[in-house]
Ligand binder design. Structure first.
Ligand code: G
Ligand code: G
Ligand code: MN
Ligand code: NA
Length: 256
């Protein structure tokens, strides 16, 4: 219960930090962008992962302030990298959204405001939402995401393959990108089956003209398999763990 009451102050007290995980071109290794992953540096409990507090923030309503802060901070950080680092003029930034942010009109307005700032370079923003989160309020979600896409942002379906995955629903979503859930890479005991599933998702994405980002690449073998299957973008511990802004800067400078 205490954790819940601490949430209200977390944003204003500067206790939230963002780690960034590179998203790379799987053929060349070039970093194309980064996913923003929020952490709560709690005064007494240490560093808390979003899995430990996002659901609480959704209950209390603090998710609106937290979500806006993450979007604003991550897009400003990306703008700074694009401006200051050589070879980074086209770097993109992926930010996770809670479906509650889309449902609250004030929260949706705040997202639109941030996306509309010239420095944000909205074409370089990816908004990630999980298919399970979307399924909870599918019509409202589609309407809001369609508005955000109209502003120029790209929409990614996160953890793809773990939720409803109905083809008709997928075709109705204003999606640009599928992020293949890492469970499809982990299921290595039954290689032929997991390969068939990956092929199926990649074929589906191709038919629907969607881009694909593979998540959770932990082993070189997984990277090679994805390359063989024609998957061109991905992220995972094998490429880089999430880390603070200085880590991203070092990686981006090293490839300049
Ligand atoms: O960062 P971690 O490595 O622990 O992420 C755990 C989960 O938290 C992931 O499902 C991720 O999508 C989610 N998450 C990370 N950052 C944010 C955020 O800023 N907002 C929301 N709503 N979810 C986030
Ligand atoms: O649900 P979402 O895709 O937003 O979650 C991203 C989460 O996955 C974060 O918690 C991030 O730290 C974690 N993550 C990133 N790369 C890997 C990986 O290679 N393996 C595992 N197990 N988790 C990863
Ligand atoms: Mn994500
Ligand atoms: Na995911």
């Amino acid at each position: 219960a205490a954790l819940k009451t601490d949430l209200a102050a977390a944003t204003s007290a500067g206790q939230l930090r963002i780690d960034y995980q590179p998203i790379a071109d799987l053929d060349t290794g070039t970093i194309l962008g980064a996913e923003a992953l929020v952490r709560w540096h709690h005064p007494t409990r240490g560093i808390l992962s979003p899995a430990e507090f996002v659901h609480l923030a959704e209950e209390t309503g603090d998710i609106d302030a937290i979500g806006s802060w993450v979007l604003e901070t991550a897009t400003q950080q990306a703008a700074t990298w694009r401006r200051n680092l050589p070879g980074c003029a086209d770097l993109w930034i992926a930010v996770n959204l809670s479906p509650l942010q889309l449902r609250n009109p004030r929260s949706l307005a705040a997202i639109k405001d941030i996306l509309s700032r010239p420095a944000t370079q909205v074409a370089n923003v990816i908004l990630e939402i999980t298919e399970t989160a979307l399924a909870r309020n599918i019509e409202g979600g589609i309407t809001a995401l369609t508005e955000l896409k109209a502003l120029g942002a790209r929409i990614a379906i996160d953890d793809f393959g773990t939720g409803f995955s109905s083809l008709s629903t997928l075709a109705a979503l204003p999606a640009d990108i599928l992020k293949i859930d890492r469970s499809f890479l982990r299921a290595q005991e039954d290689k032929p089956l997991s390969t068939a599933m990956l092929e199926g998702i990649l074929g589906l994405a191709h038919k629907l003209s969607l881009d694909v980002i593979a998540e959770g690449i932990e082993e070189p073998e997984q990277l090679h398999l994805l390359r063989d299957l024609g998957c061109t973008m991905g992220q995972g511990y094998h490429l880089s763990r999430p880390g603070p802004p200085q880590m991203m800067e070092a990686l981006l400078l090293a490839q300049a």
